[in-house]
Structures are given as structure tokens and as C-alpha cells.
Design a protein around this ligand. Structure first.
Ligand code: EPZ
Length: 423
């Protein structure tokens, strides 16, 4: 099990390019199952999760070929309907094949995804949406079993804003008979990109980018041909590093319109930004970042829960007291105990963390518990004095392409070392 050896404190400098968005490419890969043909997806990051999703698609009979950052998926022979537990348990996003498989084969058998490091992660909204479209859904032996003679359009309102449920139900609705209206749909950029890609393949969707999607079902879709949007969470992580490390970093290949809440959060510290290339490049000037932050996570365009842990690492080294609340996942604080090991002063109170800035963090061995916690620990390790050993970095390999090379390029001292074999 690999580990990262990090020497701090360090100042970063230079320029880094953001990869394609993990949370955009995963639903796009699943959506290729709706059509019978060869889809092409570009700007695909090489991640554990994209490789896992490729295995899920291959299990269903698709042929998947990576060529650099181009992904070709041939679904002409994708006759399978079952996504097995041994794959789904390694990546919850495997559930994205439920909607497309139901849409194409009128039946699907998908293992229930487990929980994750910080909570149960229910999928009831996914299932309610499929039932609204006429599917019969039951849970049997840890599997979701869904059948539908014909998917029929319906009016459905999500009781919670859910990225995954919106994407899954949308992928079923685009080939359902008649009109579907989805209220309180998630409008994260990754959902918007999925809707745009489906429209480019022949789907009829109105209200793309809003919380109300109106879909007129079509008989079939043509294969996808899409370039993945930049990863706004990876970009935000590098921007946060500039503030934390009082550095100036140029982050290229991003979309500023996907990062407004993160920019505002970092501006609270005193970090400032220069925009270039029409909003595709941001230079973060973190030299004067020192003030604490008050943040509450919200559905897009609010402050992203996936940036919560990284901003906590920043807050640990800012002056004064910061308060960070997570309204999306009230228990998403597994990184707190680990960051405390570096000397941070963090107190949890329900779904809020109260962080008192400290003068210094001191390096120590810590353990990553999930993807964004890993990023927070790496940031904290770069700020801490001495050596920090981050264990279980397979978590970060799920969602950050070439993270140590990118940090190296910015001047960080970080080395991947092989850890002891998994116990
Ligand atoms: C997506 O997860 C992302 N994952 C998560 O990123 C992200 O944290 C989350 O959206 C919120 O933005 C992918 O895109 C692969 P939700 P998802 O459904 O779709 C509740 C990362 O680090 N809910 O928007 O699973 C849920 O418990 C990952 O890249 C239900 O109650 O999240 C949560 O409180 C971590 N029932 C809220 O809705 C459901 O059926 C939002 O979850 C579904 C969700």
C-alpha cells in the first residue's frame, strides 16, 4: 500500500494544468451504454475510478480502449445487465450503470453500493426516480433488481438535490416514452455536461443547467462524442495550496465559472486571483493569505462539499477562528482526527468544525481515509514542519491524476514510497 513522504514547510511556485473531471467522466462512461455504437470521450484522466468504471462496462460486454486521454467505448455487444458487488463495492459511482442498463435492456441488476468512510450514502432517490419512470424495483440479496416493460415519462421531484440520482434518472428518462419533468435536479457542472452530451447524441432536454429538466423521450441515441470538462475540485485543491503555503501558483485549463464559490472562500483568507485566457487560467496570489474562513457547503453553485477537507487544512494555518459546516454530508470529518495529529486545533460540533489557527503544524505519520481527506492531508503535510507520511494513498489515486508529479512541478518535496503489503 503506497504512502507519500512529504517534507515541509514549502513554498510552491510555477504552473500546473488541471486534468479532466472524475465526477464528469464517470456518468459519461455509463451513458455510452444507452446507445449501440462506438463512443469517444476525450480529456479522460487516468485514475483508479476511470479504470474501475471501464471494468464495470466490460463486465456488461462493452469494449473499452484507453489511448492517452482518449477513451473509446464500443457498446454494440453490451448485453449484460449485472454490475457485480466485487466491483461496485470499490466504487459507488458504479451505480451510474443502473439507468442506462434499464433504458437499454428494460432490466438491470446492480449491487447496492456500500457506505463510505463518512456515512451511509443512500441511493433511495435513484430508485424512487426509476420507479417514477415505471420500473419495478426491489432489493434482493444486496442487489437492486429493476425491470420495466417500457419506461414512461413522468413528473418527479427530488426531495434532496442529488448529483448521482439526477444523472441516473436523466439517463433513463432520455429514452423513456413521452415527457419527463425533473424538479430540484442537481445542476453541478458534471450533471450539466452529461445533459449536454446526451443532447449532442440526440436526446431532447430543456432547462440544461437549471434545477428543472424537461425531457422528451426519443427512440434511441447516437454514440457519445465529448470532451470532459476540467476537474473543478482538483483545480480548487491547487488554489487552496497557494493560500495555505503563501505561494503564487498558476492553474491552467480550468473553468472559472465552476470555481466561483471556491474563489470566494479563498478570498476570505486574503488570497487574491488574476484571471487569464478567458477564465481558463487563474493565478492564485497566496502571499498575503492569513485570515480564517466561515464556510457552509451547499449544492452548486454553493461551496462544494468536495472542497471542505482541503479548506479545513487551509483554515488550520490561518489566524483566528474559522467555522466550516457541511450541510451535504454532516459526518464528512474523518480527516479531522488525522489533521489533529499534525497539531491542528479543531473542534467538532455536529456538522460543523471550529478551527483555531495555529502558528505551526508539525509533521507526523497520518492515514488517508477517503479521497478528499487525502488531499487535505497532503496540503497539511506540505505546510507542516518536518516529515509527514501519508498512508493509504490509494484513496487519492482514485481522483487526482499524477498528483505527486504535479506537486513536484510546483516545487514540493513529495515522494511515493511503497508501503508494507496490505495487512
Ligand atoms: C457526488 O456523489 C460526487 N461523486 C461526490 O464526490 C460529491 O461529494 C457529491 O456528489 C455531492 O456533490 C461523484 O460524482 C462520483 P449526492 P453523490 O447524491 O451523487 C443524499 C468525491 O470526492 N442522497 O449529490 O453520491 C446524500 O446522502 C465524491 O469526488 C440521498 O439521501 O452525492 C447526500 O447527503 C465524494 N439519497 C446528498 O443527498 C440518494 O439516493 C447529496 O448526495 C442520493 C443522495
Amino acid at each position: 500500500m503506497d504512502r507519500f513522504l512529504i517534507e515541509g514547510p514549502c513554498t510552491l511556485h510555477g504552473s500546473v494544468r488541471v486534468s479532466g473531471a472524475k465526477n464528469a467522466v464517470l456518468p459519461l462512461m455509463a451513458a455510452t451504454l444507452i446507445s449501440r455504437g462506438r463512443s469517444r470521450i476525450r480529456n479522460v484522466p487516468r485514475l483508479r475510478d476511470t479504470r474501475t468504471m471501464a471494468r464495470v462496462l466490460e463486465t456488461l460486454g462493452a469494449k473499452v480502449r484507453f489511448e492517452g486521454d482518449l477513451l473509446e467505448i464500443d457498446t454494440r455487444d453490451a448485453r449484460g445487465i449485472e454490475a457485480p458487488y466485487d466491483l461496485v463495492k470499490t466504487m459507488r459511482a458504479s451505480i451510474y450503470v443502473l439507468g442506462p442498463t434499464l433504458a437499454r435492456h428494460r432490466e438491470a441488476r446492480v449491487s447496492l453500493p456500500g457506505g463510505c468512510a463518512w456515512g451511509p450514502r443512500p441511493v433511495d432517490l435513484h430508485l424512487q426516480g426509476m420507479e417514477a419512470l415505471g420500473a419495478k424495483v426491489r432489493i434482493e440479496g444486496g442487489y437492486i433488481e429493476a425491470r420495466a416493460d417500457r419506461l414512461r415519462g413522468a413528473e418527479f421531484s427530488f426531495e434532496l438535490s442529488s448529483v448521482g440520482a439526477t444523472a441516473n434518472v436523466l439517463m433513463a428518462a432520455v429514452v423513456a416514452e413521452g415527457r419527463t419533468v425533473l424538479e430540484n435536479a442537481a445542476r453541478e457542472p458534471e450533471v450539466t455536461q452529461l445533459a449536454e452530451a446526451l443532447v449532442a447524441s440526440g436526446a431532447r432536454i430543456e432547462g440544461v443547467g437549471s434545477t428543472r429538466l424537461e425531457i422528451e423521450g426519443v427512440e434511441e441515441l447516437s454514440p457519445l462524442d465529448v470532451t470532459v470538462i476540467p476537474d473543478r475540485i482538483e483545480a480548487g485543491t491547487f488554489l487552496a495550496a497557494a493560500a495555505l503555503l503563501h505561494s503564487e501558483i498558476e492553474v491552467r485549463g480550468l473553468r472559472r465559472d465552476h470555481l466561483e464559490a471556491t474563489i470566494e472562500a479563498l478570498e476570505q483568507t486574503g488570497c487574491t486571483f488574476t484571471e487569464k485566457d478567458g477564465g481558463q487560467t487563474l493565478v492564485a496570489h497566496g502571499q498575503n493569505a492569513r485570515r480564517g474562513v466561515d464556510l457552509v457547503t451547499r449544492p452548486f453553485p454553493g461551496f462544494a462539499t468536495d472542497m471542505q477537507a482541503q479548506m479545513m487544512a487551509v483554515a488550520c494555518c490561518m489566524e483566528g477562528t474559522s467555522v466550516i459546516a457541511d450541510t451535504i454530508y454532516p459526518d464528512r470529518f474523518t480527516h479531522v482526527a488525522e489533521i489533529r495529529r499534525l497539531g491542528a486545533d479543531i473542534r467538532l460540533d455536529g456538522n460543523s468544525a471550529v478551527i483555531r489557527g495555529v502558528d505551526r503544524l508539525a509533521g507526523a505519520p497520518v492515514m488517508a481515509t477517503d479521497l478528499r481527506a487525502s488531499a487535505a492531508l497532503i496540503l497539511a503535510g506540505l505546510a507542516a514542519e518536518g516529515t509527514t507520511l501519508v498512508d493509504r494513498v490509494y484513496h487519492i489515486d482514485r481522483g487526482y491524476e499524477d498528483i505527486e508529479e504535479k506537486l513536484h512541478g510546483l516545487g514540493a518535496t513529495i515522494e511515493r514510497v511503497a508501503g508494507p503489503p496490505t495487512p
